[in-house]
Design a protein around this ligand. Structure first.
Ligand code: AMP
Length: 183
């Protein structure tokens, strides 16, 4: 039997001001569970991270959390996951998340989310892995970032074919389907 497909989700440890962000995190969790795709994420119960994990768990889906020792606190860690892996460092966490997953999705978030997304993208650009990367673009949250990437192409810092490595969709189901087609 083929191994279960999993997507890593990077997203805010906060929920943002608009309720649309938590709705999108729930929709992504439902899309993963409906399509039989496991979730790999940072194991927190806070912010959008907790929302996406709870949505998958509620549908009976698989959720594996990977967390570094420094974040193993009761106010952060989600204690009801299908699997919890504790690693020593943030570097090990990102490497392990990529190892467990077949592709990755970013939801709205802050520095942590952007850092994880861009590490995955720059490593994809260097062919250090071949896992598809996508954004769930909730309410145009990522539009300024996408414009910046287009400007980086125009200014000669980013190859158009590397820019196109980042997929985006406003619909969670379609995004998950699109990424799975690339796996
Ligand atoms: P941010 O976008 O800055 O809120 O960071 C969220 C992302 O970075 C998540 O995908 C996590 O993997 C990681 N991260 C940052 N802060 C935390 C935290 N307090 N608890 C768990 N993970 C975190």
């Amino acid at each position: 039997m083929a191994a279960m497909r999993r997507l890593a989700v990077y997203c805010g440890s906060r929920s943002g001001h608009s309720p649309a962000f938590a709705s999108a995190a729930r929709a992504l969790g439902l899309a993963l569970a409906d399509q039989g795709v496991g979730l790999v994420y940072g194991a927190a119960r806070i912010g959008l991270m907790g929302v996406v994990a709870d949505a998958v768990l509620k549908q009976g889906g698989e959720v594996i959390g990977v967390i570094p020792e420094c974040l193993m606190r009761d106010d952060v860690v989600h204690r009801s996951l299908s699997g919890l892996e504790v690693v020593e460092t943030m570097h090990q966490r990102k490497a392990r998340m990529l190892e467990l997953a077949d592709g990755m999705v970013a939801l709205p978030g802050g520095f942590g989310t952007l850092e994880e997304l861009f590490e995955a993208l720059s490593w994809l650009q260097m062919r250090l892995h071949d896992q598809p990367c996508g954004l769930l673009n909730v309410d145009g949250f990522f539009d300024p970032l996408l414009r910046f990437l287009d400007a980086s192409v125009e200014q000669g810092f980013l190859m158009p074919e590397h820019r196109d490595l980042l997929r985006q969709n406003t619909d969670a189901d379609d995004l998950v389907r699109e990424l799975l087609e690339q796996v």
